[in-house]
Design a protein around this ligand. Sequence first.
Ligand code: PLP
Length: 388
Amino acid sequence: MTLHFAPEAASFPVATRLDAYVAERSFDRPTLVMDLDRVAIQYHALKAGLGRADIHFAVKANPHRQVIARLVDLGSHFDAASKAEIALCLTEGAAPSEISFGNTIKRASDIAWAHDQGITLFAADAAEELEKIAVNAPGASVYIRLIVETSLADWPLSRKFGCDRDTALALLDYAKALGLNPVGFSFHVGSQTRQSAMWASSLDALALIWQAARDAGHELSLLNIGGGFPAFYGEAIEAPTAYASEVMKLVEARFPGAQKIMAEPGRGMVAEAGVIVAEVMLVSRKSARDLHRWVYLDIGRFSGLAETEGEAIRYQFHTARDGDPMGPCILAGPSCDSADVLYEKRPMQMPLTLQAGDRVLIRNTGAYTSTYSTLGFNGFPPLDVVVI
Ligand SMILES: Cc1ncc(COP(=O)(O)O)c(C=O)c1O
């Protein structure tokens, strides 16, 4: 079997731990196997490049208890999207001062609860959100999330989050008027931004807004550069340390006054530490003239592979038959739902000899899979997770 790891990972002996583990076992349902040592390697690699920036792991990427515990031990801080994610980080030993409540859409009672737990840093992109924070976490520090161009990312985060320049400047004033402490800005370049150079135009635009805020009398101290750090899905990416240090060079050149820099890697921290073990359920052709086979797996859009939406994230599939002749196929999940098709516009190359019962390994799937899995759609169990 040919293995395709990111260039930097290829030299890590622990990258083979996952293969050794899964080779010795059988699994009766799709299972994500996570290697905690690989998470640690990725943490150190990103930290080496990010330098003085604090890493706040984006918990949503993989909120497995043991992943969080390991990251606490390594010294990571955390970006939490909800009360449950904050509770998880606290339970696993993170200090409240190391957790930011980074979702711009928060329930008022959750803000109050977080405040009671000692959380002091909150995100906002709207006046009403600031009002909720001012009432439920009086005096808290807030950063304002800005909209940036994300079209270069493979998984853009769209206009759902953030606000424009003028709104952001007005929100800084409003936060102050509400008795809050507006400390800076955040943004997200879009998930799976494959090259560090793709950050430059967003950072250029942000630097102008940062300067405008300072000119208006705001003593900004925090720049939260969000996530976007890529994982290897088959297309070339820079190695994590090189990528992160290039991003930091771009940041330092434009924000010399930012005392505190936060980065929130999610995918780049955990994706390459996981492999999903799945199985072929059926190989078929719809007619004798059909150009492509259909290959149905026991995992699909509703059981962990949600990021195949729009065929945006193209995972790497490996089987024991990879040495056989390959041919294109439409890859689909097992549920009785016609949306449960993974790749059709750009068919996947799979061995022509593939048949029901064959094991399929889906590489670098440690991010945004386990929690995207439904609890029992069509009666299929959720993606199992095993940590080694
Ligand atoms: C606020 C915030 N920070 C960080 C991340 C992590 O992004 P990535 O997985 O691209 O590193 C996300 C992802 O949605 C996010 O919403």
